[in-house]
Write a protein that binds this ligand. Structure first.
Ligand SMILES: Nc1ncnc2c1ncn2[C@@H]1O[C@H](COP(=O)(O)OP(=O)(O)OP(=O)(O)O)[C@@H](O)[C@H]1O
Ligand SMILES: [Mg+2]
Length: 160
């Protein structure tokens, strides 16, 4: 793993839900690495690598991460990817960037212009934006989890 892919690990809150959090540099390469590490984490959680669900999750991660490094970038600041398997059976994807003053449209009706959020809207069961104090924002999306062996590994509460 390169230094660019894993600069800081953030402690996880105590929870039984499998979670993953990682900071990345705000570069195209950082966005690509976020997608790749997301796929590896989902495989580690038991998602079939060649499954439809993992492809959908990877695409959502890729679009949100690309937006973070394109529209949400601030010099010297990275972005954060969070993944969590929810008790509801969904995968929650969160991408946090430092540009809190630039919120993308959070309503489906208001999505226009680019194709990234249209793709997210099509693949996610729900998505939105919330502030990340003191000055950032988190764009989140939830997608249906893959069924095979997914959700709650024997070790439980996996954090990387
Ligand atoms: N993380 C973000 N921070 C600030 N603005 C954002 C962010 N993500 C999206 N936006 C805004 O929402 C718009 C729509 O995003 P979307 O991903 O759909 O299109 P795009 O990034 O402009 O183009 P494409 O994804 O097709 O390359 C963006 O043009 C930008 O204005
Ligand atoms: Mg985009």
């Amino acid at each position: 793993m390169t230094s660019e892919s894993a600069e800081v690990e953030i402690p996880q809150p105590a929870t039984s839900a499998p979670q993953f959090t990682q900071l990345f540099s705000a570069t195209r390469r950082g966005a690509r690495l976020a997608r790749l590490l997301a796929v590896e984490q989902l495989v580690a959680w038991g998602w079939p690598r060649d499954g439809e669900r993992i492809d959908a999750a990877a695409l959502v991660v890729a679009e949100l991460a690309t937006n973070a490094v394109t529209h949400g970038r601030l010099d010297g600041r990275g972005f954060r990817l969070g993944l969590a398997l929810l008790p509801s059976g969904r995968l929650r994807i969160e991408v946090t960037d430092p540009r809190g003053e630039h919120l993308p449209a959070a309503s489906r009706e208001a999505v226009e212009g680019g194709r990234g959020l249209v793709i997210v809207d099509a693949l996610a069961t729900d998505w939105g934006v919330h502030p990340y104090p003191p000055s950032g924002k988190t764009v989140w999306a939830e997608v249906s989890a893959a069924r095979t062996g997914v959700g709650h590994p024997a070790s439980g509460g996996t954090c990387q």
